[in-house]
Write a protein that binds this ligand. Structure first.
Ligand code: FAD
Ligand code: UDP
Length: 389
């Protein structure tokens, strides 16, 4: 889109039409502010973008996205823009010829250790095989102190090396702490109060978020190519923070993925929505989208995820040296007037969608002088010993 002059003045220029940018724009427009959103991809939705593939199956271009949150505020906010489908996500891991539940639960341990423990017996058993650690600093510490070395090696070590190109001992505890351990037979991937999928898909929800007379959307455009043509008061930036500052202190590491999408001429491909491959193959997991969306279709569509260093930035890499480098950028961001940084890439945090929505709503509250807090605390590594119920 060509913008001919600065004839129109916007309250906010938002860089990125993912969860961070779209939430900010939607909320501010509804508070009477004018917003121009500039997105360099040809579509809205950021990494949550979904579309109907050639076979007519709804798929997620950038890998499986399942909405889950404990925040009523975030759920209520998004519910203005979508209806929901109840969906509790389940994942199996392929280990030694078995397909076992992940997060580790009673069935996982009984299958992999050839036992027939009852529910009340698992906690004591895991305590007997776990390796106590004086402090929990790394992802290795988290897992071996909860389930011992054998399950760590079978289910976490090689998966993590594939996913991050790093050993769990080189990653912050918070990474593995995302996955609980359950002492019962609960095989749901998430424990949150709200576990849903947008009924008509994420892109449809984003269309509703951005459909407002006070929002102007410019796609397929890097904001740097149009910034001089736009008049605005504040800039809201949701791209990679190091890129904003021309990598002044060096590049921040982000992990990327290569996605291999396939359409399969059969109704069902695999026995679970996602199957993880901790120890085999170069890919980490295969997702079959129809489980997530509930779509009925004679064909099915799947995606393989191959982790890699080069490519679009998808994951900040949580480890001490990166946190230190990010702190330098954060200090710079803090003293950059009229520019606000939100989202997974701009604040270098391994955030889920709901945390990004909360962060964007928090910024709206701050800029409009409300004292309300929306922020969602990430699961702490210290409190992760186990989720029992
Ligand atoms: P993004 O979605 O990355 O959006 C930022 C946007 O800014 C991008 O579209 C980008 O093109 C644009 N941009 C960047 N620079 C510029 C520029 N210079 N000019 C213009 N535009 C620019 N979360 C969950 O809650 N549940 C899940 O199941 C889940 N699964 C995931 C699976 C995978 C494989 C991945 C990678 C992530 C997953 N997430 C999940 C996390 C989720 O994707 C993020 O929390 C969320 O999408 C982050 O939104 P964002 O707006 O911060 O960033
Ligand atoms: N993980 C693992 N084995 C698994 C699942 C997860 O080792 O079967 C570890 C791995 O380090 C992964 C992290 O736990 O990166 C977080 O997993 P999650 O499923 O939350 O990752 P995401 O969906 O964000 O890629």
């Amino acid at each position: 889109m060509q913008l001919s002059s600065k004839s129109r003045h916007f309250d906010y220029l938002v860089v990125g039409a993912g969860f961070a940018g779209a939430t900010f724009a939607a909320q501010m427009a509804r508070l009477g502010k004018s917003v121009v959103v500039v997105e360099r991809r040809s579509h809205i939705g950021g990494n949550a973008y979904d579309y109907y593939d050639g076979a007519g199956v709804l798929v997620h271009r950038y890998g499986p996205h399942i909405f889950h949150t404990n925040s009523e505020d975030v759920f209520d906010f998004l519910s203005q823009f979508t209806e929901w489908r109840d969906y509790e996500h389940r994942v199996l891991a392929s280990v030694g010829g078995h397909l076992v539940p992940i997060p580790i639960n009673l069935d996982t341990v009984n299958t992999l250790h050839g036992l027939s423990l009852a529910e009340g017996e698992l906690e004591g058993y895991l305590a007997s095989i776990s390796e106590p650690r004086p402090s929990i600093r790394t992802s290795e510490d988290v897992i071996v102190s909860r389930v011992g070395r054998d399950l760590y090696e079978k289910m976490f070590q090689t998966y993590t090396r594939k996913q991050w190109g790093l050993d769990p001992s080189q990653l912050d505890a918070s990474v593995a702490a995302r996955i609980p351990v359950r002492f019962n037979r609960d095989d749901r991937y998430f424990s949150d109060a709200y576990q849903k999928m947008p009924l008509h898909g994420y892109t449809h929800m984003f269309e509703n978020m951005l459909d407002h007379p006070l929002i102007t959307l410019i796609l397929s455009t890097d904001y740097r190519d149009v910034i001089r043509e736009l008049a605005y008061a504040d800039l809201i930036y949701s791209g990679p923070v190091d890129e904003y500052f021309n990598c002044r202190y060096g590049k921040l590491p982000y992990r990327s993925l290569r996605f291999k999408h396939e359409s399969v001429a059969q109704e069902q491909f695999q026995s679970a929505p996602v199957i993880n491959y901790p120890n085999e193959h170069n890919y980490t997991r295969i997702t079959e989208f129809k489980y997530l969306t509930g779509q009925i279709h004679p064909k099915t569509s799947i995606v393989y995820e191959y982790p890699c260093d080069d490519g679009d930035p998808y994951y900040p890499v949580p480890r001490t040296e990166n946190a230190l480098l990010y702190k330098q950028y954060e200090a710079l961001a803090d003293v950059t007037p009229q520019v606000h940084f939100i989202g997974r890439l701009a604040t270098y945090r391994y955030y889920n969608m709901d945390q990004v929505v909360a962060q964007a709503l928090q910024l709206c509250a701050k800029l409009t002088g409300q004292s309300r807090s929306y922020l969602i605390r990430p699961r702490s590594a210290a409190g992760v010993a186990a989720v029992a119920g």
